[in-house]
Design a protein around this ligand. Structure first.
Ligand SMILES: Cc1cc2nc3c(=O)[nH]c(=O)nc-3n(C[C@H](O)[C@H](O)[C@H](O)COP(=O)(O)OP(=O)(O)OC[C@H]3O[C@@H](n4cnc5c(N)ncnc54)[C@H](O)[C@@H]3O)c2cc1C
Length: 496
């Protein structure tokens, strides 16, 4: 049995803690904030209940062996897409149904294009599932012989998602729909790898799901199972440093990987000053923070992909009902690229990041009595935004008046494209990237840690006994991916 400390009670940290405790280890989780869940946040006001982070659950099979007792409900449509020309396309987890809807909305040629794209996306998904998502990936394995030639062709490392869309989809609206999936991994579709074709495949082949009561119930279920398995979760308990020493791997048994020149973990230092000894440390903290701030000497982080985009969120209490909304509805702008220019900035072209003028607006409104008072609706509105900070690719979201002005702007954009809720508001709360950074220690409030790419920081840390889980490490952000990272790490550590 090893003594294992998990830093951070996000979904990746809790899932790792649960697996490791069930494998017989003694596990303690330290979480700096007052509640567990991390970005999977929950907020209640005046009888309205909101998920402040994730609103769409995909790949529910990834959670099955955690035995969480979840009852996911399938969504149809998974997402309603409203285009600037007024056309509407509802996505479906039935491929035949989706193709029929594309034919109805955009014509037979567009439906044929989607069929061809779908065959390609299926190959990409199969290759990713086989070679990337369930095992550790390092530069050596990516470049190595373990790749089948067919898998490499399906993943097409040199091509962008935008390039793939251009090659397969003639209808501009289908290309916009595909571009949007890059942003679900935090990336700019013009730079994101074509391998992200696996994302729409995963969403539409395995469905989009809702958890009654809100997705926050996933964190509750993880916490309850952790308690049953004997995991101790300490909230308001920030880790300020990872302690290392020359200890040999023998101290950690199978759990500690070879100490090597960098030494090995011996424990963690808490904000109280106390040191908690550990044979193994699993960090559910942003990889850049682990390497730069938590280790005794800062390390260079190889394979750090681009930073993910952030999100500007409105939590709206709304009177009455809005039948034109599906559970998830996205309202697209006329010039989608202007949004990417604004969100990501481009110093090479002299383009500074700024809140996009005319962004795609994503509205989530659950039909679930548990999340709103009678005769009302709880809306979660999300637009992509630059992270909080200074420099070309960030925005100072703390600038006085900015958040309120942008809230009013987004409500006006929404009114132009779809429902005008301005005279039906009970309240309109704002969560900026700076708020997310404060709440979860995500640098700049980036949603997914590192943006979708093939090579993210490895799960194996730079000193013996240190492992990384969560959205900034392999295989990436999003609830199923961070849960897969927990499985990869627990498998590598092994049973007690
Ligand atoms: C607005 C928004 C929308 C999203 N939409 C979706 C969606 O629809 N579907 C989906 O699948 N995913 C979505 N995501 C992404 C998803 O929420 C994340 O990928 C996932 O929850 C991240 O889990 P994680 O394990 O990386 O940990 P995080 O949630 O990042 O949690 C890390 C935890 O570590 C704690 N911590 C940090 N530093 C320390 C320290 N020094 N000591 C102790 N504790 C520390 C933090 O307080 C935090 O609780 C969304 C995220 C956001 C913000």
């Amino acid at each position: 049995m090893s003594r294992i400390v998990v830093i951070g009670a996000g979904v990746g940290g809790l899932a790792a803690a649960l697996r490791l405790a069930r494998a017989g280890h003694r596990v303690v989780v330290h979480e700096r904030s007052p509640a567990a869940g991390g970005k999977l946040g929950h907020y209640v006001r005046d009888g309205f209940a909101f998920d402040t982070g994730p609103s769409l659950l995909t790949l529910p099979q990834v959670f099955e062996d955690l035995d969480l007792g979840l009852r996911p409900q399938p969504l149809d449509p998974v997402v309603r897409h409203v285009f600037p020309d007024g056309s509407v396309l509802d996505s479906s987890s039935s491929h035949e149904e989706f193709v029929a809807r594309i034919a109805d909305a955009f014509g037979a040629a567009a439906a044929d294009d989607w069929q061809r794209f779908w065959a390609r996306a299926e190959r990409t998904w199969a290759a990713s599932w086989r070679s990337v998502l369930r095992r550790p990936v390092t530069p050596a394995t990516l470049a190595g012989l373990s790749w089948r030639v067919r898998d490499l062709a399906a993943i097409a490392p040199g091509r962008s998602l935008r390039g793939l869309g251009r090659a397969y989809l003639r209808d501009r609206r289908l290309r916009m729909l595909l571009d949007r999936y890059a942003t679900y991994t935090g990336a700019d579709p013009r730079r994101a790898p074509a391998a992200l074709a696996a994302v729409p495949y995963a969403e539409l082949a395995f469905g989009g799901w809702y958890l009654p009561g809100g997705l926050g119930t996933l964190a509750d279920a993880l916490l309850a199972r952790c308690a049953e398995a004997g995991v101790e979760v300490m909230v308001d308990s920030a880790v300020t440093a990872i302690e290392t020493g020359p200890r040999s791997a023998a101290g950690g048994g199978a759990a500690a990987h070879t100490a090597g020149a960098g030494g090995a973990v011996t424990g963690v230092r808490l904000a109280s000053g106390a040191v908690e000894p550990a044979d193994v440390v699993v960090a559910d903290v942003d990889a850049a923070t682990v390497y730069r701030d938590l280790l005794p000497t800062p390390r260079r982080l190889a394979g750090l992909a681009d930073r993910s985009l952030a999100g500007f969120v409105l939590l709206l209490g709304v009177r009455g009902s809005t039948p034109e909304l599906a559970h998830h509805t996205v309202f697209f702008p006329d010039h989608y690229d202007a949004e990417f220019d604004a969100v990501f900035g481009d110093p090479g072209r002299g383009v500074r990041a700024r809140p996009p003028d005319d962004p795609a607006v994503f509205v989530t409104r659950a039909v679930d009595d548990a999340v709103h008072p009678p005769g009302a609706e709880a809306w979660f509105v999300l637009v992509n935004a630059p992270p909080h900070g200074t420099g070309w690719s960030a925005v100072d979201w703390r600038r006085p008046g900015l958040a309120e002005a942008y809230r009013d702007h987004i409500l006006a954009v929404l009114a132009r494209r779809g429902p005008d809720v301005r005279d039906r508001l009970v309240f309109a709360e704002v969560r900026t990237p700076a708020d997310l950074a404060d709440a979860t220690a995500a640098p700049g409030g980036a949603i997914y840690g590192t943006a979708g790419g093939l090579l993210r920081p490895a799960n194996r840390g730079p000193v013996g006994g240190l492992w990384l889980v969560g959205g900034s490490a392999h295989p990436g952000g999003g609830l199923p991916m961070v849960t897969l990272s927990a499985r990869i790490v627990a498998d590598q550590i092994g049973p007690a």
